[in-house]
Design a protein around this ligand. Structure first.
Ligand code: ATP
Length: 315
């Protein structure tokens, strides 16, 4: 079948085991876990059975190996994963706060994470690999160089008939940068699959009801729009005009990081494998629930049988 492709920052992540830890100068962190939103995405796309290829970069150090080993283990093609000398592998530190918010410290711009292959090289290799869908996470649009590459690849692939998938994953602190917002708007308009969270929808479609903006995006060329609603589950709408609503599976929340990426990858991976719209939404919703139940950004990713076990018959 067709392959799923993505690009962006590959990071190792350290998770603080104490609440409000960054502020308290805590010493208790666990990791390195393989991470980076697009890395979580491509790992999960491969786990649900899609052929997968990723464009990114790691340093020639032990943290880089954490990432290449993991993506290799699930069968992601490394044809476009560069190992760069002289700069460290990208990293991220996350702490969970008592008020439920998260604090991230990212090391992307001055690490290998931002040294992606060129757009021309990526487009050619993705097409040669038989890419049917190309996914972008908004987290890859903060770095200016990565943003340019992501946009050029998305435009080039769209022109070649490849479907584009977009998770806006809006970072509020970047909204003052006009280049950032323009990229988010351009990718939303270009996409076949638009996969916002509630927070994204509040920024992109303020005050608008789900059906209204979903139908507008579909009239402009999208195939479907699926809204991620955290502990409230999800809402989806496709060209056929029916709204599919799924309540969240009841799980204990251990680590919410990565649930959104895992959701998107399951949806996109299964659509690419030919599953119908509603069945793909149901499995994405199950994948998101499993993701929040495990410590570590992609440690809660799951394969197809694990998703099927969570679903009621006939889903
Ligand atoms: P991320 O933290 O990765 O950026 P996001 O904001 O993009 O996530 P969410 O809406 O938080 O996405 O989560 C994605 C999906 O994961 C939800 O639509 C839901 O299916 C599932 N999910 C998230 N939180 C929970 C929860 N507490 N219980 C059950 N399922 C959940």
């Amino acid at each position: 079948g067709a392959a799923v492709a993505s690009l962006g920052e590959l990071l190792v992540e350290f998770v603080c085991t104490e609440k409000d830890g960054h502020n308290r100068r805590a010493t208790a962190y666990v990791g390195p876990f393989p991470s980076g939103a697009p890395g979580i995405f491509i790992d999960q796309a491969a786990r649900v059975g899609a052929r997968a290829i990723f464009a990114g970069a790691v340093g020639s150090d032990a943290f880089g190996t954490v990432l290449t080993d993991r993506l290799g283990a699930v069968g992601v093609s490394d044809a476009l994963i560069r190992v760069v000398d002289g700069v460290p592998t990208g990293s991220a530190f996350v702490a969970y706060n008592s008020d439920g918010s998260r604090d991230f410290v990212f090391n992307i711009a001055h690490s290998a994470a931002a040294r992606l292959p060129g757009a021309g090289e990526a487009i050619a290799a993705f097409i040669a690999h038989g890419t049917g869908v190309f996914h972008i996470s908004g987290s890859s649009l903060g770095d200016a160089a990565m943003r340019e590459t992501a946009l050029a690849v998305a435009r080039g692939l769209a022109e070649a008939g490849v479907a584009i998938s977009f998770d806006p994953n809006i970072r509020k602190e970047l909204l003052g940068d006009p280049g950032y917002f323009a990229a988010v708007a351009a990718l939303t308009a270009l996409s076949t699959y638009v996969l916002p969270s509630e927070e994204d929808a509040a920024v992109l479609f303020p005050g608008e009801a789900f059906e209204a903006y979903a139908d507008r995006l579909i009239a402009a060329g999208a195939e479907s729009v699926v809204l991620k609603r955290g502990a409230a589950g999800c809402l989806g709408r496709d060209r056929a005009g029916a709204t599919v609503e799924r309540p969240a599976h009841r799980v204990e929340v251990v680590d919410p990081t990565g649930a959104g990426d895992c959701f998107c990858a399951t949806y996109v991976g299964l659509r690419t494998l030919g599953l119908p719209f509603a069945a793909s939404v149901a499995r994405a919703n199950a994948a998101g629930a499993l993701a929040v139940g495990r410590l570590g950004p992609m440690e809660g990713n799951s394969d197809r049988p694990a998703l099927e076990r969570l679903l009621e018959p006939g889903s």
